[in-house]
Ligand binder design. Structure first.
Ligand code: HEC
Length: 95
């Protein structure tokens, strides 16, 4: 086994322990997305889609948030790619 991989395995339990709840994406979502999608993702203002019912995976959502579509604004100038990742990860937890 190569060294880098074993180091990764050693880190895994720690990552699991660090775990939820405070997802960084939540604050980003409340600030940038809730006005159309609602705090729970269901608001649907301005024709926004119910995020709890969305079938889009992380790739689709990342594209959507970065580039926008129709009335959905593009966030590529507002959020860093890392923030987009975080907010997308958070949006996937909305049920
Ligand atoms: C100005 C209102 C508005 C804001 C702010 C907004 N959205 Fe949207 N969003 C929309 C609209 C409208 C659509 C539907 C676009 C379409 O399909 O034409 C949409 C669609 C989406 C979809 C696709 C859902 C699906 O399955 O079709 C995702 C994912 C999404 N938004 C995530 C986000 C995230 C994450 C943020 C914050 C970074 C955000 N939106 C901010 C209006 C908004």
């Amino acid at each position: 086994m190569n060294l880098r991989f074993s180091a990764f395995l050693l880190l895994l339990p720690q990552l699991a322990l660090a775990g939820p709840p405070a997802l960084p994406g939540q604050a980003i979502f409340q600030k940038n997305c809730a006005r159309c999608h609602g705090a729970n993702g269901k608001l649907g203002l301005n024709g926004a889609h119910d995020l709890t019912k969305s079938n889009l995976n992380a790739f689709g959502r990342t594209y959507m948030v970065t580039k926008g579509l129709g009335k959905m604004p593009a966030f590529e100038k507002v959020l860093t790619p890392a923030q987009v990742q975080q907010v997308v990860a958070y949006s996937l937890t909305l049920k």
